[in-house]
Design a protein around this ligand. Sequence first.
Ligand code: LHQ
Length: 265
Amino acid sequence: MRSTYQHLLVQSDGGVLTVTMNRPEVLNAFNDVMLEELTEVMEEAASDDSVRCVVLTGAGRAFGSGQDLRSLAEARASGTRSKVSEHLQKYHRVVLAIRSMPRPVVAAVRGVAAGISCNIALACDMRIAADDARFIEAFARIGLVPDGGGGYFLTKLVGVGKAMELAMLADEISAQEAERLGIVNTCVPSAEFESAVAAFARRLASGPTRTYALIKQQIYAAADSDLASALHLEGELQDMAFETQDHQAAVLAFLQKRKPEYTGR
Ligand code: LHQ
């Protein structure tokens, strides 16, 4: 992993890789460079066993404001714009890297998460929001459909009826409402945001990492399958979990009335 990026801050500490989107002057809107850098970091984190939890967040007062509309308009005006679906494939690569990453990925959302930035937060495994966070499926405001997996993630998280409302009306959802709807896992006071994110990430980074990868596979497969297939996959995954060092050490720790220490192996 390189040490400097143009539009990301990347910091590794105790198994937690914190990736901060860093274009605060435009509320961390995505331009091509930031998108390419985020893809690179997520793909590298997926194959780096020293990373046991990834936190994705934004610099300044926002998580992200979606596609940079200025660079989009400039590309359209200059005639250099490719078909939107081709451009979207670059976002899809990030979404798929997050979902298939064999370790937990947490979105830490402060301020606004709009458009495709909102949907990249939804692609993460869990979300922590500061109480000033706001979520906007802003697409219909500019005559577009939710992209970056938004239609899929919204439907899974809040159900068809509410997903339809959020996508069509494109209204802002407060952090408290997002917590009530199950869009975010937890909402914390802004003053406690950084320490709450750090504690959550540290806890995940000191958990049974290989088992977390299997749980991720299990939950996402279950969301798209029938009971019989889910039960079949459960058996296969438990065979793998059963052989991890963390499982065996945790059983021993229980029998010896000690707290387990997970090594991630
Ligand atoms: C921005 C942006 C922005 C550039 C704030 N771009 N500068 C679409 C098409 C193609 C392919 C890929 O996928 C997509 C997906 C999408 O993401 S479509 C949705 C794109 N995003 C939006 O429509 C949201 C646009 N932004 C807003 O509606 C507001 O800025 C929000 C509600 C996010 C925040 O409002 P405020 O808190 O009032 O901040 P602000 O509007 O004053 O923004 C601060 C600055 O950031 C401002 O620049 P300035 O020079 O005036 O200080 C904005 O122009 C700039 N900015 N979003 N997406």
